[in-house]
Structure formats: structure tokens, C-alpha cells
Design a protein around this ligand. Sequence first.
Ligand SMILES: [Zn+2]
Length: 54
Amino acid sequence: MSAQSLPAEDLRYVVCPVCRQQLVRLGDVISCKGCGRRYPVVDDIPVLLADRAL
Ligand SMILES: [Zn+2]
């Protein structure tokens, strides 16, 4: 795990890259409270990229 990695549980300072709203973890995905996009969690690291949204 590199210094750049982001534990999936630590979402307090992370926002949706699309709408800047809060994110919540739902099992194996990260869900946005604003726009409803869901982002995958790969190796326990959230992939918060708009073009990777589920
Ligand atoms: Zn959003």
C-alpha cells in the first residue's frame, strides 16, 4: 500500500468527482449521496473516477 492509497473506510475528506457530494460505502462499492453514481472498490481502494462509475 503506497502513501497515495486511500483506505475505503476513510471517506470523510473525499467527495464525488462529479458533483462534490458526500460518499458512502455500500459493501463493495462507494455510492454518492448526490448524484447516485457508484464507484468500484479495487483492492480496498475506492476508484473515484467519473469514467469508472458503475
Ligand atoms: Zn456524485
